[in-house]
Ligand binder design. Structure first.
Ligand SMILES: C[S@@+](CC[C@H](N)C(=O)[O-])C[C@H]1O[C@@H](n2cnc3c(N)ncnc32)[C@H](O)[C@@H]1O
Length: 227
C-alpha cells in the first residue's frame, strides 16, 4: 500500500491492465510522467516488475525518485526514451499508454512491432487511452494485425475518456467508418444499453456533427450511422 491515489481515469486504465494480465509479471508505462500508475501497479495490484519510460528527463527523474522513496527501485526501471525505443518487450508484458496522442501511440507501437519477435508480440497486451485521434489508432491497430479486445469509457469531471485494449494476432482486419470513429466494442456495448457508452455517444454525435462541416470522411461516416 502507499498514499498515492490515482485519478479515476488512470485507475481504470490500471484495472484493465490488471484484468488482462494473468501472471502480472511486468507492466510497462509509456509516458509515465510522475510514475504513479506503475507505483500502484507494484504495491496494490500484484505486478512483479515495472518499466517506466518518458521522453523527457524531468519526469523520468521524478519517477526514479518516487520508486526509490517507496523502496520499489529493485523491481522497477525508469528510462528516458521515445516510446519503447531501446526497451525489449518480454513474454506476457502489459503495455499501458495514457494521455499521449493517438498518432504518437501509432508511431511507438509501429516501431515496437518492427523489432519484436512474433511470439513475444502475440503475448503482449496493450492498454491505450489516447488523448486525441482515437480513430487513427483504431484503424492502425486493425490494419497492423491487432485485435481490439475491449473498449471502455470512463467519465471523470464531465470528460469522457475511451480506453482500448488490444493484442497482436497477425490477422489484418478493417473497420467500417462508424466502427473507426465510435469503436467496434463500444458500439456493441451501446447496443446492449451500457449507460456510459450511451452518454459518450451523445457527446460524440455532437462533436462529429460540428467536425463534419470541414471533414468529408466524418460527413460520410455520419451518413453510415443507423441507430
Ligand atoms: C499528458 S502526460 C500523461 C501522463 C500519464 N500517462 C497520465 O495519463 O496521466 C504525457 C507524458 O508522456 C510523455 N511522452 C510524450 N510523448 C512520449 C513518447 N513518445 N515517449 C515517451 N514518453 C512520452 C510526456 O513527457 C509526459 O510525461
Amino acid at each position: 500500500m502507499n498514499d498515492i491515489k490515482l485519478s479515476a481515469r488512470l485507475q481504470k486504465v490500471l484495472d484493465i491492465a490488471s484484468g488482462f494480465s494473468s501472471e502480472k509479471k511486468r507492466i510497462i508505462d509509456v509516458g509515465s510522467d510522475h510514475g504513479h500508475l506503475a507505483a500502484v501497479a507494484l504495491t496494490d495490484q500484484g505486478f512483479g516488475r515495472a518499466l517506466l519510460t518518458d521522453i523527457h528527463e524531468d519526469p523520468a527523474r521524478k519517477s526514479r525518485d518516487l520508486m526509490k522513496g517507496l523502496s520499489l527501485d529493485s523491481r522497477s526501471q525508469v528510462i528516458c526514451t521515445d516510446g519503447l525505443d531501446g526497451a525489449d518487450l518480454e513474454d506476457g508484458d502489459v503495455v499501458v499508454m495514457a494521455g499521449l496522442g493517438g498518432n504518437n501511440m501509432v508511431d511507438i507501437i509501429g516501431r515496437a512491432v518492427n523489432v519484436t519477435e512474433d511470439s513475444i508480440l502475440r503475448s503482449v497486451t496493450w492498454v491505450l487511452q489516447p488523448q486525441k485521434s482515437i480513430e487513427i489508432l483504431r484503424s492502425f491497430l486493425c490494419e497492423a494485425g491487432f485485435t481490439i479486445k475491449d473498449e471502455t469509457v470512463i467519465a471523470e469531471r464531465g470528460i469522457y475518456y475511451p480506453i482500448v485494449a488490444a493484442s497482436y494476432t497477425g490477422t489484418i482486419s478493417s473497420l467500417s467508418l462508424y466502427e473507426k470513429y465510435y469503436g467496434p466494442v463500444l458500439i456493441r456495448k451501446h447496443e446492449e444499453g451500457d449507460v456510459t457508452s450511451k452518454e459518450y455517444f451523445i457527446r460524440l454525435d455532437n462533436s462529429y456533427k460540428l467536425r463534419a462541416r470541414g471533414d468529408k470522411e466524418v460527413e460520410m461516416m455520419l451518413k453510415e450511422v443507423v441507430r
